[in-house]
Design a protein around this ligand. Structure first.
Ligand code: IMP
Ligand code: MG
Length: 209
């Protein structure tokens, strides 16, 4: 066989990895969990992300783009969005923790993982899962604004503009504006769970989540 040939596994070996119908019924399905109400379907999300990718591709024709994903919530959006952007580009990640006074974000941000490479002279697009109070992103934009980037813009998959006290944060590329529900899926979590859902859902009973 030539080294460059693509090898597909035999159907018989795939079959042995598929659960029987019987064991499927016994396994609890996360995707059809009855405590979830779907707000945005996988198809709606994919269509919108492709539109955002096309918009970014058109606006950065001169390139030198660095997409900076904010871990962990942005990972799914980032993976889809970057494949919809037809430009020469690189990616990097940051992890931050925002301190909360009770349930409200206080605006203090600690950098848990910083960028791997300098952004001086680059066109940075920060990729975030959701803007709620906006405190985390407002502070992060301040921090990244001191590092000599050519431009710093923000792509947020969801915008929840209804919450009470809200920092002014300009979202340059917004996936969807949603009502003030706690939502999960497509990277967003509730206590670490649900990031793997291919759709966005509202958790009906958070105490059972
Ligand atoms: P804020 O904009 O500083 O209030 O914080 C935004 C962060 O809070 C996001 O990056 C999420 O990690 C988290 N967050 C806010 N709303 C939700 C939600 O509805 N579901 C899951 N995480 C959320
Ligand atoms: Mg987040």
């Amino acid at each position: 066989m030539r080294a460059s040939a693509i090898v597909f596994p035999k159907v018989s070996s795939i079959k042995s990895n598929i659960m029987s119908a019987e064991s499927m019924q016994l396994a609890a399905s996360e995707f059809t969990n009855t405590n979830l109400e779907v707000l945005l379907t996988e198809q709606q999300i994919q269509e919108r992300v492709k539109e955002l990718g096309a918009q970014i591709t058109a606006e950065y024709a001169n390139g030198d783009v660095v997409m900076v994903g904010i871990l962990k919530g942005s990972c799914v959006f980032m993976a889809d969005l970057m494949r919809a952007i037809d430009l020469r580009m690189t990616i990097d990640f940051m992890s931050v923790s925002s301190y909360r006074d009770g349930t409200e974000s206080s605006g203090d941000v600690e950098i848990l993982k910083d960028l791997s490479n300098p952004i001086r002279g680059k066109n940075v697009i920060i990729v975030e899962d959701i803007i709620d109070t906006g405190h985390t992103l407002a502070r992060l934009l301040e921090i990244l604004g001191t590092r000599g980037a050519n431009s710093v813009k923000l792509a947020a998959f969801l915008d929840k503009p209804e919450p009470r006290v809200r920092k002014e944060v300009k979202i340059d590329y917004c996936g969807f504006v949603i009502p003030n529900h706690f939502v999960v899926g497509y990277g967003l979590d509730a206590a670490g769970r649900y990031r793997n859902l291919p759709f966005i859902a509202r958790v009906k009973d958070p105490s059972a989540a």
